[in-house]
Write a protein that binds this ligand. Structure first.
Ligand SMILES: NC(=O)c1ccc[n+]([C@@H]2O[C@H](COP(=O)([O-])OP(=O)(O)OC[C@H]3O[C@@H](n4cnc5c(N)ncnc54)[C@H](OP(=O)(O)O)[C@@H]3O)[C@@H](O)[C@H]2O)c1
Length: 173
């Protein structure tokens, strides 16, 4: 998830210019296209809510031919062979359909789906990248999860553009 400092993952109007930072943090790490490309190669499958899916279609499909599962209760269809639609039980989706077939499953979002995954204890790691901006409104990520979760901080990286990435493991009892 990429978030503003005040916790928003999307602006009300859906615009994404805030994801491009103009800030400069001298001591930060450079996030090169090569590093991003190498990282993306490690992802075996994406999962996303229908709103995130529709937004990705508008912006330009960034997932290539990697399998994508889209959660929806509507009868959406696509000719894209890598996309499948799913409705219903998330525990069954992850444990019976995805885990036996994929090693690194990336939940793209949005907020509603991410919160459901955390509530159902289906998320192993949470990676949140905070952009140097206060948006003041939009879609909140952590507005109300409704339960306590203990986390282990695995890594922190500050980038040259002022983005700070926090990587947490969700502790399992
Ligand atoms: N900043 C970031 O890192 C980031 C990441 C991802 C997304 N976003 C942004 O966040 C916004 C979308 O987030 P959102 O929270 O509004 O929506 P979302 O989570 O992307 O999608 C919600 C929709 O997913 C479907 N859904 C969720 N759980 C389901 C289930 N168990 N079974 C069947 N369908 C299910 C429903 O679709 P139907 O209504 O079709 O039934 C629901 O309306 C977009 O603007 C996107 O660009 C930002």
């Amino acid at each position: 998830m990429v978030s503003s400092l005040d916790g928003f993952i999307a602006k009300k109007d859906g615009s994404v210019s805030w994801l491009q930072s103009t800030d400069h943090y001298e001591k930060g790490t450079t996030l090169s296209e090569e590093v991003v490309a190498e990282f993306l190669k490690t992802i075996d499958c994406y999962v996303m809510g229908s709103r995130t899916y529709e937004h990705a279609l508008e912006l330009g499909w960034p997932y290539g031919d990697v399998p994508v599962i889209v959660l929806t209760n509507r009868g959406l269809t696509t000719e894209r062979g890598s996309v499948q639609f799913y409705s219903g039980d998330l525990d069954k989706l992850v444990n019976e359909r995805l885990k036996p077939n994929y090693k690194n499953i990336w939940l793209v979002g949005g907020a509603r789906l991410a919160k459901d995954f955390i509530r159902l204890k289906l998320a192993d790691d949470i990676i949140i990248a905070i952009m140097p901006v206060i948006l003041g409104g939009g879609t909140l990520f952590f507005d109300y999860i409704g339960q306590e979760e203990l986390l282990h901080l695995k890594d922190v990286t500050a980038y040259k553009d002022g983005m700070v990435e926090l990587w947490y493991e969700v502790k399992k009892e």
